[in-house]
Design a protein. Sequence first.
Length: 485
Amino acid sequence: MPALRILYVTPECAPLVKTGGLGDVAGALPGALRQLGLDVRVLLPGYPAVLGALADARSAARIDAIARLPAARVLEAELPQGVPAWIVDCPVLYDRDGGPYQDAGGADWEDNPLRFGLLARAAALLAARPSPVAWRAQLVHANDWQTGLAPAYAALVCERAMPSIVTIHNLAFQGVFAPHWVADVGLPAASFAVDGVEYHGRFSFLKAGIFYADAITTVSPTYAEEIQHEATGMGLHGLLAARRDRLTGILNGIDTTVWDPAHDTLIPERYDAATLDRKAANKKALQIRFGLAPQPDIPVLGAVARLTTQKGLDLVLDIAEAVLALPAHIVVVATGDKALEGRLRALSATRPERLASFIGFDETLAHLVEAGADAFVMPSRFEPCGMNQMYSQRYGTPPIVHATGGLVDSVVDCTSQTLADGTATGFKFFAPNAGALMGAIERCVAAYRDPATWRALQINGMARDFSWNAAAREYATIYSRLVPS
């Protein structure tokens, strides 16, 4: 039987372009699906970074202009990880400085509806009859608001298009624009309705995807439940609850070749579960790199995150003095909200011997924190999936997490029962406030002071399988159910 032809459409894909977890997922999941025998190809916008990295891309087709969407070329290439790719080449929309969604000053591109409307339309065309290329997708897998119009185009514009699925990586970002963009991207006026793309008088790309897709997934089972309720549904809980029969939560995996302490070239000392004592060299290197006293017996709490309300690092800053008094060291690599950056800098300046920070993102430092910290702090107020808690367990660095979303599904709280049955891997707190976080940190430090307990936590976490294999199989099952036999 021929392999199913799946088009995985995404606005970013590591290592070419990445702003967060979606880039990591798009860089790993298609390869895992191909290993299962599926003919998966990735569709990406032709950003300068993408075209620069794929210099051998060759022209495969042309897409005609429609409404305010300009004409574009479809290029054929191969990603660094060996996955075939299609690139939407449209310099007027994508050839510019800045990031994939914002200019160099951090402002959203005003023409984002056109930039991602074109990407979504290209995806639908590649699954329509006739397709502009010889290869025709049997299913389109869209990701987040930037590709949310693909199911809408498939349902409303492209004749005889194939089924579609949309994955919600973070419901907080919905791609909401003024109503006039409906006509500008070539959708029929009748689609601007409650049963369509309309969202409180505005035009929502993500709502379009959720409404028109044949299946909806999100990146952890718990998050799939949470987003059906008003408190965490970001205004779309009613629609998601109404479509619950098509909604599935699938826990993300991680790239276990990049995040592997036994082979990680970015850390000073490589180690595995049988050589955990070597982890101490990474702790010393982390303390020295951040100007902390290299004290082996004081636990180091690490964090690598965006400084946003979602990620909850303000809670760490609220209790920093109490944490340092335990005693403990704190190391933070983060960037984002300027006020929080200022607080972090101020704290680092007043307690440089125990609290240190790096404002920005640095891949090498991110690996050093995972390998060198004793525990990793993730106090997210909500977290669709999260990856650092999985990296941390793989590196023998037990995570401290708020019990939400994918953090619930990937971390087993340390209790007497879970220690006894060998499943404990970290520490959960159950309310998004500083007091609850402090309680979890205190439990963590107490466990750290018991070498047998701590080593058990490390070994348990390092034994977990966080590869993409299980998730890929779940996606493949959904694809098979949707594609006509």
